[in-house]
Ligand binder design. Structure first.
Ligand SMILES: NC(=O)C1=CN([C@@H]2O[C@H](COP(=O)(O)OP(=O)(O)OC[C@H]3O[C@@H](n4cnc5c(N)ncnc54)[C@H](OP(=O)(O)O)[C@@H]3O)[C@@H](O)[C@H]2O)C=CC1
Ligand SMILES: CC(=O)N[C@@H](CCC(=O)OP(=O)(O)O)C(=O)O
Length: 345
């Protein structure tokens, strides 16, 4: 059995990792940290896990974490970059759900995250863990930087277009909406039900920290520097992201072959579902599941291709993708622990 540790087990992505790993046949979670809940049995905080875990939360302790084969960081930005290098030196493999190791340009990172980066070595060596792009590198990685939630939905939807040079790379547009769990579990007035319910707003329209991450990934895929306009929105639901993507086709007649191109690109991807052209993927069709569902559209006489891409921010956008990355790193079947379909309604 693979021994796993989770740093930040009380947050939304931490508890989602616990839920997914509870039935994973090859993994046993041996430590779960929380500074605020140290000593409390996990199932007392999360009754959905009663019968699955005897463990209690513990203080983050490097020696305890070093006894694990893999450690997941489900912590705010700035924690993994300080703790992970010591664990890696002790032979632990790390999957970081935060943004600490996602960006290669550390000046850009420092500007967006408001602190200097403290591990240039591991920011350089980390593999950006989007399996649909970097599966071979993930297999060998000691440290995987799990992608952000919006960047997952957005990059997957644009990939076939930019990889094949079919659209103007300077003018990609991503209009994305997220449920409130994307903001984590720590109390913030703006995330109260009374603030989020019955309302819908854009935020970060002048710039969001996921913009450089999306740009980095798509520029690599395109082979040229891309321009992206990304506007996130907060919608009154708990889980889910819907990203409506727009790109200008260089040759509008290419639209006719895009469905086949998308289906071919993702044919062997267990977690990407290209729906029939003209479908409208719903966030509830991926709730609790590690899938990205997408569909293509074009309006009459338009040279704009529209891709609608949905994920569950806590699963393919965070904990599920982290388990997928762990499966790849340890040579397990990639879908292990992740094959349950979404729950409806
Ligand atoms: N929510 C989402 O949809 C997504 C989140 N992410 C990223 O994943 C990470 C976790 O997110 P989320 O679960 O939402 O966050 P939460 O705020 O819900 O949880 C954060 C967890 O980290 C622990 N923690 C906080 N500070 C420290 C510290 N200094 N040292 C050790 N542990 C600490 C907290 O417990 P305690 O304070 O008790 O120690 C808590 O368990 C973040 O970086 C987030 O950006 C990525 C993709 C999607
Ligand atoms: C709805 C909401 O607030 N979403 C979060 C994004 C989520 C996220 O966790 O991304 P990182 O891992 O890159 O921090 C936000 O916009 O800040």
């Amino acid at each position: 059995m693979i021994k796993a540790g989770i740093v930040g087990g009380t947050g939304y992505t931490g508890v989602e990792l616990l839920r997914l790993l509870a039935t994973h046949p090859e993994v046993s979670v041996s430590c779960i940290t929380s500074r605020s809940e140290a000593g409390l049995p996990v199932a007392d905080l999360y009754p959905n896990l009663r019968g699955h875990y005897d463990l209690a939360f513990s203080e983050p302790d490097a020696d305890m974490l070093k006894a694990c084969d893999v450690v997941f960081f489900a912590t705010p930005h700035g924690v993994a970059m300080r703790m992970a290098p010591e664990l890696i030196a002790a032979g632990v493999r790390v999957v970081d759900l935060s943004a600490d190791f996602r960006l290669k340009d550390l000046e850009v990172w420092a500007n967006w995250y408001g602190m200097p980066h403290e591990s240039a070595e591991w920011a350089d060596k980390a593999v950006y863990g989007l399996p649909e792009v970097a599966r071979d590198a993930i297999r060998e990685a000691q440290l995987v930087a799990n992608p952000g939630c919006y960047p997952t939905a957005i990059q997957l939807g644009f990939l076939p277009l930019v990889e094949n040079d079919l659209v103007d790379p300077a003018r990609l547009i991503a209009d994305a909406k997220s449920g409130a769990s994307g903001a984590g579990r720590q109390g913030k007035v703006g995330m109260l039900h009374g603030e989020v319910g019955e309302s819908f707003k854009a935020y970060g329209a002048s710039g969001h920290r996921h913009l450089p991450e999306i740009r980095q990934g798509l520029s690599e895929a395109a082979g040229v520097s891309v321009g992206v306009t990304f506007v996130p929105h907060l919608v009154p639901m708990i889980r889910g992201i819907e990203a409506t993507l727009y790109a200008e086709l260089k040759d509008p007649t290419d639209f006719g072959r895009l469905q086949d191109l998308f289906e071919d690109r993702f044919r062997n991807e267990p977690f990407v579902d290209v729906m029939p052209q003209g479908s409208h993927p719903e966030t509830r069709s991926v709730r609790g599941a590690n899938h990205c569902r997408m569909a293509l559209h074009r309006q009459e006489d338009s040279n704009i291709v529209i891709v609608s891409s949905v994920i569950d921010n806590l699963v393919k956008g965070a904990a599920g993708q982290a388990v997928q990355n762990m499966n790849i790193m340890f040579g397990l079947t990639e879908t292990q622990g992740l094959d349950a379909p979404a729950f409806l309604p």
